[in-house]
Write a protein that binds this ligand. Structure first.
Ligand code: SAH
Length: 496
């Protein structure tokens, strides 16, 4: 089976750097069930193509991972695996292009971050649901999709088409994203895996889906197929995706913050706050029941908790440190309680995303342009005057992304240097992790988390930081406060 990646990028060596595979070499990587070869059929000034050719040995496949798995009980020796792009190819990609899939390229860091023109071709992709399915899954990711059905036998057109398509994707996409999308969607389109789906697949999916799956309109069907319909795992994965950066309900589109509150968000905006309705007798009315069925995503409850704390502390100006895609900022602007907001993030992509969300990327007047002070790239580990001058600073789900040896620097920068009157910090409560099905014992909620604190650990940290910099801190649980393990998120509100 064959996968080719073509780009008009020049020099050709750039694609080689991005893939960590030299264009002048033919390399072979031994796999459990065959051999993966990487080579460049063309590499000149105009075009460069890298090919991954997976040579599957059907006998080895049967003897190794294929043995005993549901897929192989019947067609053990006669099957399409040697030539069809499937989970075998996805596994080979994960091994051969591991560093590229993480988006790492020390030689060309800017290229690794940037969307680049790409053409990806797969001559034989098994596609349950036909060409339309491939189009549905890839199009929302920014690809032009051509999925040509492969006839069962060209000699006998009346036999019709096979379940395979020749897939060509064309688009301008970050290479790491493209590879991760293929890694997830190849087995999803095939709707089969050559190995048993265990709970660590949730982690793999969340990691590979970073930045695109949470906002994909078909994240439900994709997740279900990827996890072979194992309900507990599907629930766990969808929960974690909903909690991820760029969560479902506000996709990649900028939220409508120019308009008056849209009816749907205004509706849910009320349910969380009234509180009384739940206590009245006969609360089983339709609206309540619906709210019960679809609890607010944790990310939304966190935004509300932070906004409430800022309101309580009467913060007129707020800087969101590690603002991600700017969801909190958009909400603060929409609520209108805050006169001036700003945001910073170490990730350039995040800052761009936040600019789009707040419509700062467009020329012309914007209703709240003057209320957004600054939205900039900056690292919390280095003192920066731009962090100062606001009533409040928020670090929402940020500290757990900092390497422990750098945390002291962040404390000094935020509490010592910027030193706003109010600092709001939220972070996961590690004790609550046992309530997440599909999260392996001891595992963390997100692959980029450097640690996750218990409630006691967070208190020790918060109390020490507060004492060192002249703050008082109160602790607020966010999300359902489980009597045994506490709420999923913990929040500290520091005031000077
Ligand atoms: N506050 C947002 C995003 C949380 S994800 C939200 O709750 O939705 C963590 C964010 O912290 C990421 O956007 C990441 O880029 C940012 N981050 C991680 N380390 C950072 C650092 N040293 N300086 C600034 N931002 C950092």
């Amino acid at each position: 089976m064959l996968l080719t990646i073509t780009t008009p990028l020049s020099p050709a060596s750039d694609l080689g750097f991005l893939l960590h595979k030299h264009p002048d070499r033919v390399q072979a990587f031994d796999q459990a069930y065959g051999t993966a070869h990487v080579f460049y059929p063309e590499a000149d000034e105009r075009r460069c193509t890298a090919a991954l050719l997976l040579d599957v040995d059907p006998v080895r496949l049967v003897r190794t991972r294929g043995r005993g798995t549901p897929d192989f009980s019947l067609g053990q020796f006669v099957n399409d695996r040697p030539y069809a792009a499937s989970s075998l190819l996805a596994s080979a990609m994960a091994q051969v292009f591991r560093t590229a899939m993480r988006g790492r390229c020390d030689a060309r860091p800017d290229l690794a971050e940037a969307p680049i023109p790409l053409e990806i071709a797969l001559p034989a992709l098994p596609c349950r649901g036909g060409r339309g399915q491939a189009e549905r899954f890839f199009r929302p990711l920014g690809w032009d999709v051509s999925a040509e059905p492969v006839p069962l036998d060209p000699e006998f057109p009346s036999w019709g088409d096979s379940r395979y398509v020749t897939l060509t994707l064309t688009g301008t996409v970050r290479l790491a994203d493209a590879l991760n999308q293929l890694y997830v969607l190849l087995p999803v389109l095939d709707d089969a895996k050559h190995y048993w789906v265990a709970s660590d697949e949730v982690d793999k999916l969340v990691r590979a889906g970073e930045g695109w799956l949470a906002t994909h309109p078909d994240r439900g069907p994709i997740t279900r197929r990827y996890l072979a319909n194992r309900r507990a795992l599907v629930r766990a994965a969808l929960g974690r995706l909903a909690d991820a950066e760029g969560a479902p309900d506000d996709a990649l589109d900028p939220v409508e913050i120019d308009e008056e509150p849209a009816t749907d968000t205004a509706d849910t905006g009320e349910t969380g706050e009234t509180g009384e309705t739940g206590e009245t007798a006969g609360s089983g009315d339709g609206a309540e029941a619906a709210a019960e069925e679809r609890p607010l995503p944790l990310a939304e409850r966190r935004i509300r908790a932070v906004a409430d704390a800022l309101r309580e502390e009467d913060a007129g100006s707020v800087i969101d440190l590690g603002c991600g895609s700017g969801k909190l900022l958009a909400r603060l602007l929409k609520d209108g309680a805050v006169a001036r907001v700003a945001g910073a993030d170490v990730s350039f992509r995040a800052v761009e995303h936040a600019r789009r969300r707040l419509r700062l990327d467009r020329p012309g007047p914007s209703r709240h342009r003057e209320r957004v002070g600054d939205l900039f790239q900056g690292a919390l580990t280095y003192a920066d005057d731009r962090f100062g001058g606001y009533d409040a600073a928020v670090l929402m789900e940020v500290v757990e992304h900092i390497d422990p040896p750098r945390l002291g620097a962040v404390e000094k920068v935020v509490f010592g240097h910027a030193a706003p009157r109010v600092v709001v910090v939220t972070t996961p409560n590690a004790e609550h992790n046992v309530r997440y099905e599909g999260l392996a014992p001891g595992a963390m909620r997100h692959p980029d988390h450097r640690f996750e604190w218990t409630r006691a650990e967070f208190r020790v940290w918060a109390d020490r930081v507060a004492a060192a910099h002249g703050y008082r801190v109160r602790h607020v649980p966010v999300g359902d406060d489980d009597p045994e393990v506490g709420a999923p998120t913990q929040m500290g509100v520091f005031t000077r």
